[in-house]
Design a protein around this ligand. Sequence first.
Ligand SMILES: C[S@@+](CC[C@H](N)C(=O)[O-])C[C@H]1O[C@@H](n2cnc3c(N)ncnc32)[C@H](O)[C@@H]1O
Length: 213
Amino acid sequence: MQLLVPASKATDQSPTSSMLGFFKRDSLWVNFLKDFQVCSLSPTTHRAIKLITKKIQLNQVQKLIELGPGNGVITESLLSEMPTNSKIFAFERNIPLCSSLENTIKDPRLITFNSCASKVKQKLAAQIGEIDTIISCVPLSVCGDVIARQVIQTSFEMLKPQGLFIVYQCYLPPILPSKNLIDSLRNKFSIEGQERVLRNFPPLAVLTCRKVV
Ligand SMILES: C[S@@+](CC[C@H](N)C(=O)[O-])C[C@H]1O[C@@H](n2cnc3c(N)ncnc32)[C@H](O)[C@@H]1O
């Protein structure tokens, strides 16, 4: 089981504080028990974070949207490599996780919204311009067709041409992300990669999609 704190802070923790972290109110599994849409028991592992972040030329990203940041394991990794004048717009619908994210990562480049990922367009003013990259960990296979469709459509509209839409989500082997989800992504994007990370709990599927226009 992973530590339930952002990855960069996990390394210098004693076993006792790790155990306490496991029971923290803002841990994923505690919130999962109250809100099944959290859809995970532990944060994404270092291995999966590396796989995801190495797909993006982070030092050239100016604007990135993160959907479903949870308590911010990937957010921290992204910020550590993004330019000083860049921005991450993070959309997290779970209130305790969103508060935890705001309280843990004090970085002016991070702008959080306690909002559903399907509301990105309404929340971000039209003048924000094109987005370089969108990363989504929203459980698109289980959040319902309407939300999944809106997230995919909005992501397509907001991304710059050639922009990356990286969708990663937990799955239960041998049940892979639904064919419907992959078909919906393929309708809009060119799917450049479909990977699985088994050393994650639960395992992750990572879909790398590009806006080709
Ligand atoms: C599997 S967790 C991933 C957390 C974190 N990104 C990580 O990699 O460890 C999925 C996250 O998506 C959030 N989420 C689920 N549905 C959402 C929605 N419709 N809009 C925004 N966030 C959502 C959950 O609350 C949860 O924090």
